[in-house]
Ligand binder design. Structure first.
Ligand SMILES: Cc1ncc(COP(=O)(O)OP(=O)(O)O)c(N)n1
Ligand SMILES: Cc1ncsc1CCOP(=O)(O)O
Ligand SMILES: [Mg+2]
Length: 210
């Protein structure tokens, strides 16, 4: 048998900003998608109907670009648009239920904040990756918990990809990659940048080939 291991994902995990205009959302995502390893659709201000329209439009864009699409919060929406997976936090549904709905191949990511024990439980429940944060001050979400690079280092023992999130920029990302982050989840440093495509490239470059 000639089984090759599937390479672990590594690089920029881009997350969409709260953009109410779907055409504008696609216009903003298109120029940066080529530098993304994964894209997460996150819109905390849209209603269910708009989220359905936007997720479906992004699914098509991502399929053309060969970039896996992950839907924030809502496994049902991920299933409905044929996304690659879902990201779940403490206020969202259970990772095991999402796994049952989306299937064994789906990406089911779990927010672990600053909590190593929560990451262990997520791994046991079948998570595909664990996410820690916020590492730095962020304007994209009101956060109360601050993660440290040591969490990333210690989570290596779980054997799952480790995602870092929260205020990450090309200037502060190096320490997180050095501590073992496989993916850098970013909103503002790309979508609020004066040159989003250059910012996305700079973040992707933080991952020198191993
Ligand atoms: C990759 C990644 N990590 C963390 C989060 C945050 O999830 P959650 O705590 O559920 O908060 P909201 O994003 O739903 O506001 C994320 N979305 N993605
Ligand atoms: C969704 C989320 N969860 C923790 S921080 C954060 C926001 C990340 O956005 P930014 O990259 O702009 O700090
Ligand atoms: Mg959530």
């Amino acid at each position: 048998m000639n089984e090759r291991p599937v390479p672990a994902p590594r690089g920029l995990y881009l997350i969409t900003p709260d953009e109410p205009d779907t055409a504008r959302l696609l216009q903003r995502v298109r120029p940066v998608l080529g530098s993304a390893t994964w894209l997460q659709y996150r819109n905390k201000t849209a209603d269910a109907a708009l989220r359905r329209v936007q997720a479906a439009a992004l699914r098509e864009l991502c399929a053309d670009a060969g970039v896996p699409l992950i839907v924030n919060d809502d496994a049902g929406l991920a299933a409905a648009v044929g996304a690659a997976g879902v990201h779940l936090g403490e206020d969202d549904s259970d990772p095991a239920a999402a796994r049952a709905l989306l299937g064994a191949e789906a990406i089911v990511g779990v927010s672990c904040y600053d909590d190593a024990a929560r990451a262990g439980r997520a791994a046991a429940a079948g998570a595909s990756y664990v996410a820690f944060g916020a590492f730095f001050p962020t304007r994209s979400k009101s956060v109360t918990r601050r993660a440290t690079p040591a969490l990333l280092r210690d989570a290596a023992a779980l054997g799952l990809p480790r995602v870092a999130i929260g205020g990450i920029t090309p200037d502060n990302a190096g320490a997180l990659v050095a501590a073992g982050a496989d993916l850098l989840a970013v909103i503002g440093a790309v979508f609020d940048a004066s040159d989003p495509a250059a910012a996305a490239r700079a973040l992707q470059r933080c991952f020198a080939p191993r």
